[in-house]
Write a protein that binds this ligand. Structure first.
Ligand SMILES: NC(=O)c1ccc[n+]([C@@H]2O[C@H](COP(=O)([O-])OP(=O)(O)OC[C@H]3O[C@@H](n4cnc5c(N)ncnc54)[C@H](OP(=O)(O)O)[C@@H]3O)[C@@H](O)[C@H]2O)c1
Length: 305
């Protein structure tokens, strides 16, 4: 099969090539998926799991990309819940070969059915941003109806999902970002917006939940806004400051079939919008991965047209 591989951590993206690799085989509880669309995260060449397996052994050449939408083409021993020919989407293991390839072997439980009326490109844009927003709000953030939620980076990948989900769940949402992000954040459902370059974050007052995607000084200042009993949830690494009388926690997104199903249902009925940016074929994936200028929306690699 054709796949994008990386072999040399020191070389980074310069060592990334489109090449031929053996088709993967479905292990126990896996499905083999014919990838139609794939998503990657720009920073993933810095993740240990890109280079080593769970026991720390070198696993190069490795295939990046962890989001996919495609069609199940084979089942591993004992696999249940999905069938050959079924459309699926989801998030693959960080320490196994990924989705910038024509086929990927992935644990069935990491995938959910992709309804026939949702395009593969849309499906591949959803797993990381959708699951991260869902888990940050409803799993780790213990969100409750009526709470106030400060969503940093509200026009970005995760923040735009968190803004929509929180607003629809009955939150008062304050989005943040650059001044150019104001209209997008309000359009997604934020009730207020803080331009982090020009407004005073502290003017927000107390909130029940902070969803931080930025970290650093913004994260530390946000901790002081959390009211007693509230929570700061961050995806930007261990929190540098904690609320005086609240919780602070960071997490890494996990695959979850039930949550994927909730997310895609909201996309189908129009409650949740995903922002797809550049869409390119696998042959252009290296260039897409290397792109340095900032673009709006998720880059999706269309592996099959
Ligand atoms: N732990 C996890 O499981 C997990 C999961 C998903 C993502 N992440 C990480 O979380 C971060 C956000 O992911 P994402 O996909 O949402 O990224 P994204 O699409 O780039 O969104 C981030 C948003 O925040 C804005 N922003 C960042 N720094 C800012 C600042 N200092 N002032 C004002 N606005 C600022 C960005 O604006 P500009 O583009 O103008 O800077 C952008 O709109 C990334 O570092 C990603 O790697 C972690």
């Amino acid at each position: 099969m054709k796949a994008i591989v990386v072999t040399d951590q020191a070389a980074g993206t310069a060592g990334m090539t489109l090449t031929e690799r053996p088709d993967p085989e479905a292990a126990g509880n896996d499905v083999l998926v014919e990838v139609h669309a794939s998503g990657f995260t720009p920073g993933e060449l810095t993740w240990p799991g890109t280079w080593t397996d769970r026991l720390g052994r070198d696993r190069t050449p490795s295939i990046p990309g962890h989001e996919l939408a495609g069609v199940v083409s084979a089942l591993g021993y004992g696999t249940r819940g999905l069938t050959v020919g079924q459309r699926v989407f989801g998030l693959t293991d960080w320490t196994r070969d990924g989705t910038l390839a024509e086929y990927v072997a992935v644990e069935a439980r990491n995938l959910a059915p992709l309804p026939g009326d949702v395009d593969f490109t849309i499906g591949a844009s959803l797993p990381i941003s959708g699951l991260t927003a869902w888990q940050g709000l409803f799993v780790h953030g213990r969100f409750d109806v009526g709470q106030s939620v400060l969503v940093h980076g509200a026009a970005g990948g995760v923040g735009s999902m968190a803004t929509q989900l929180a607003q629809q769940a009955g939150a008062h949402v304050i989005g943040t970002g650059r001044s150019a992000d104001r209209a997008a954040a309000l359009d997604l459902g934020a009730h207020d917006f803080v331009d982090l370059d020009n407004d005073a974050l502290e003017d927000v007052g107390d909130v029940d939940l902070v969803f931080d995607v930025i970290g650093g000084e913004i994260g530390a200042r946000s901790a002081r806004l959390v009211r007693p009993g509230g929570t700061l949830v961050t995806i930007a690494g261990p929190p540098e400051a904690r609320p005086a009388q609240g919780l602070a926690l960071d997490f890494v997104v996990e695959a979850d079939r039930a949550q994927l199903a909730e997310i895609v249902q909201r996309v189908r009925d129009g409650r949740l919008r995903t922002s797809v940016g550049t869409v390119t074929p696998l042959e252009a994936a290296v260039a897409a991965f290397n792109r340095t200028e900032r673009t709006r929306g998720k880059t999706v690699i269309r592996v099959r047209p």
